[in-house]
Design a protein around this ligand. Sequence first.
Ligand SMILES: [Fe+2]
Length: 331
Amino acid sequence: MSSPVASARTEIHCHLLPGIDDGARDLDDSVEMAAVAAADGTGTILATPHVRSDFVTDVSILPELVEELRGTLARARLEVEVHCSGELGHELVGRLGQLELETIASGPPGRRWLLVEAPFDGLGDEFAAATGELRARGFGVVIAHPERSPGVLDGHCEALGREIRRGSLLQVNQWSLTGGHGAEAESAGLALLRQGRVAVLASDSHPGWRRPTLSVGAAAARAAGLDAGSAALLVTDRPARLVHEGMSAPVASAARAGAGAASCRAAASGAAGSYYRRPPASASVPFPSGESGTSVPSPKGGSSTCPPVPDAAIGSSPRPESPSSGSGWKR
Ligand SMILES: [Fe+2]
């Protein structure tokens, strides 16, 4: 699998498939979204319809829809590579068979992962049980827009710290960083970014708003104080490696996860201030190289032993395959 444009950006969260969720209403919407993405420099898109009880529950329809869309985009001469994926609601995990999960997973055999939607009522025990089940079934977990879960850095910080320590990666919506999801999501997204915990930025694009322009995410990361290379990592290298090389799914011990929660809580205490809104122009925020457990500066100058992005989990040697693994813009 290779990207049609070597230096292009990679989008891992986009409601591009027509007529099956609250994303593209028809093929015209899909083509328009793909054209906007391509013009902005995106070469690869994971099509991630909502796979949850109020939208798609039969994922067997998705590969054919992706094939149809690929043909349409080719006829429109749009050089965008589209892959079948999904934004999985945690409540469906126990109801989907292994082949169904495989249908919406990404990455090569042995390094498959799933995009799991962060619940809008917080990362509770059911969410933790679902991600635990996914890991037990051989999948890595990328959590979609955790910054949109209320209180993610205070009351639910323990849950987020546990997920990170168990190997989950965080995908923040770029539009959260620019205030598109409200002040709380903006503060939380910027805090996670500056604490070095964001693996990937994505647009979570829907027609009508949240355009699939990853250049916005890179610019927002720069505005938050990341250097150009670190900002580019979030929309180019890391998402591309996730798609083409996959991720591992380490599971930390409960004791270690508990230790992480305490220090995560300490870091979060500096995460709620309005000072995230406008960093000084000279702000220099080191971006961690990815060693698990590396101490990183917190936004108010303290430090945290919560792990930053575990880059080693992205695109390294494969883990053993699981037994069953096979081969106008609106909200
Ligand atoms: Fe989404």
